[in-house]
Design a protein around this ligand. Structure first.
Ligand code: HEC
Length: 137
């Protein structure tokens, strides 16, 4: 149920009900799911987003310190990605202000996917068509 449906009182609350999911293009949802699980986004092809954000494990890895490429150990616990698009900032300390910039950081960060192949994949995004050209390796 939306905050609007609950009335003015609900809109004054600091924590609001999760809004109904938007209608999305299923082709983009499918592409996002494939990219999320694609290890080609990491520099050495060893990790994907799903390695740390395991969607069957509450969107996180359950480790005290996540392991990135080259066994780089992260200093912060992996947060869930469930509903992270609704957060007003991303990361424990507000590392990124938007979900898009958080995803770019995840691809480029040495503590996560390590950059390299991921960066070339990132640059292959075609804003005109709105599609990715997956061209790594
Ligand atoms: C090596 C483990 C690891 C990998 C791989 C990884 N992440 Fe993360 N992710 C983290 C950690 C740790 C944080 C918290 C970072 C911080 O707060 O400084 C995080 C934070 C996030 C957040 C913010 C969540 C929140 O609730 O604040 C999003 C969104 C996210 N990652 C998406 C991704 C995506 C998309 C990918 C793949 C492109 C990815 N991550 C790959 C460990 C990882």
């Amino acid at each position: 149920m939306s905050a609007q449906a609950l009335g003015a009182g609900a809109r004054m609350e600091p924590i609001l009900p999760i809004p109904e999911p938007p209608t999305l293009d299923t082709r983009l949802v499918d592409l996002g799911a494939r990219l999320f699980a694609d290890a080609r986004l990491s520099r050495d092809g060893s990790l994907s987003c799903a390695s740390c954000h395991d969607l069957s494990h509450y969107g996180a890895d359950g480790l005290a310190h996540p392991i990135g490429v080259d066994a780089a150990q992260g200093s912060l616990k992996t947060p869930t990605v469930y509903n992270s698009g609704l957060s007003f900032v991303q990361g424990w300390g507000g590392l990124a202000s938007t979900l898009d910039s958080m995803v770019a950081l995840a691809i480029e960060s040495p503590a996560s996917l390590g950059g390299g192949a991921g960066q070339s994949c990132w640059r292959a995004w075609d804003p005109t068509s709105g599609w990715w050209r997956i061209s790594t390796r």
